[in-house]
Design a protein around this ligand. Structure first.
Ligand SMILES: Cc1cc2nc3c(=O)[nH]c(=O)nc-3n(C[C@H](O)[C@H](O)[C@H](O)COP(=O)(O)OP(=O)(O)OC[C@H]3O[C@@H](n4cnc5c(N)ncnc54)[C@H](O)[C@@H]3O)c2cc1C
Length: 366
């Protein structure tokens, strides 16, 4: 008997977690094909910072090696960027012309670091922090260049700054808000974190906007100009000022999107044959940028793909961890002040937050 075809676009954490669950619940139900734009098997993206800081190797953060795909009969198409979903013919088409038909399709394309729309944002040496290629580019630059500027003092920006500092670069973080992690921390805790990071030699410009990235005359960035005119030397600029869900494919296919592909409580899109999960999805107005919610979504989606049909996803609490060796910071619950947590609209009640510095001192509040 011909098995139905399940195609997954995106060989990242959400897509592969869904497959693991489908294989557990209905091991023989589908013929499975995965398209991955990156040339690697699935790895733990949340552990890129330890790789950047030289604390772990890339091999150590691989979650599913190539043998896992083979052993489970999955056709893995690496380095294949899908450029079109043809809903009439029920096919997906990659840039190189590879085409695969589907009975069920999962879109798990993640997101892309947002690029500030300022002059010079496309110069060489201006990078986002999203994948192992980006982390390797930063490590390579740190071997031959000295000065880095990180735009954004959120979780990713601080982890990037710490990693580059560990790699021997002179690092400055430029942050629009007046204290670090302003979406997760109250001002006193943000200021303690600032002092702990300054003690590591990282410099900061807070409450400041970046106005322009300056060309060295050869198409490469050489400096950053801040509001007010200050100029900071920069051979490398890391943009860590938010993420944008990858919805272009879905939008072109006519699926409704609003800062993420709109899904219901089963992670189904407007088209009943197509699901969307992870950072590219928008569930009840929220696009999550964290692993835990993505894993919960994967379980629910798999329950429906496996034809069990009883699970529902109702949303997840926000929990964030800053991964800098020597500084423990765990945020549990909602934002400590009204506003916008990543993709999370509206004012949130206060739960419990704490920050523990290398000295052992803990700042906590409920
Ligand atoms: C540096 C860093 C540190 C992080 N740290 C933490 C942390 O400490 N805690 C935490 O909870 N979360 C953390 N996160 C977030 C976490 O990694 C993400 O929430 C999670 O990876 C989202 O999974 P996803 O599958 O939706 O997206 P991804 O893991 O990004 O996977 C999407 C995949 O789809 C591929 N793709 C995109 N478009 C196409 C296409 N057209 N065709 C084929 N393939 C395509 C991409 O190349 C990518 O491989 C971190 C993220 C980064 C970048």
């Amino acid at each position: 008997m011909n098995k139905p075809r399940l195609v997954v676009i995106g060989n990242g954490m959400a897509g592969v977690r869904t497959l693991e669950e489908v294989l557990r619940l209905a091991p023989d139900h589908y013929r499975i094909t995965v398209f991955g734009a990156e040339p690697h098997p699935n790895y733990n993206r949340a552990l890129l910072s330890p790789v950047l800081a030289g604390e772990q190797s890339f091999e150590e953060i691989i979650l599913n090696d190539l043998a896992w795909y083979t052993d489970n009969g999955i056709e893995l198409l690496l380095g294949r960027n899908v450029v079109k979903i043809d809903r009439q013919r029920r096919q997906v088409i990659a840039e190189d012309g590879t085409c695969a038909g589907y009975d069920r399709l999962v879109i798990a394309t993640g997101s892309t670091p947002s690029r500030l729309s300022i002059p010079g944002n496309r110069l060489d040496g201006v990078v986002g922090y999203r994948d192992i290629a980006g982390a390797r580019a930063m490590i390579e630059t740190a071997r031959s260049h000295s000065h880095a500027v990180v735009i954004g003092g959120g979780l990713l920006g601080l982890e990037a700054a710490n990693g580059l500092k560990q790699r021997g670069m002179d690092v400055t973080v430029v942050h629009l808000a007046e204290w670090l992690l302003e979406k997760q921390l109250e001002r006193p805790a943000g200021e303690k974190l600032l002092r702990a990071l300054q003690a590591r030699g990282i410099r900061f410009r807070l409450g400041t906007a970046t106005e322009e990235l300056i060309d060295n005359g050869d198409g490469r960035v050489c400096a950053v100009q801040l509001q007010g005119g200050e100029i900071i030397t920069a051979d490398l600029v890391v943009m860590a000022a938010g993420i944008t869900p990858n919805t272009a494919l879905a939008e072109a296919a006519g699926l409704p999107c609003r800062h993420g592909i709109l899904v219901d409580d089963t992670l189904q899109t407007y088209d009943p044959r197509i699901y969307a999960i992870g950072e590219c999805a928008n569930h009840r107005g929220i696009s999550y940028g964290l692993v835990a919610p993505v894993m919960e979504q994967a379980k629910v989606c798999a329950n429906h793909l496996a034809m069990l049909g009883f699970a529902r996803y109702l949303g997840s609490p926000a929990e964030t961890r800053l991964k800098l060796a020597g500084i423990e910071m765990l945020g549990v619950g909602d934002a400590p002040h009204p506003g916008q947590v990543q993709g999370m609209p509206g004012a949130c009640p206060l739960h419990e937050w704490q920050i523990e510095l290398a000295s052992g001192e803990v700042v906590a509040w409920t």
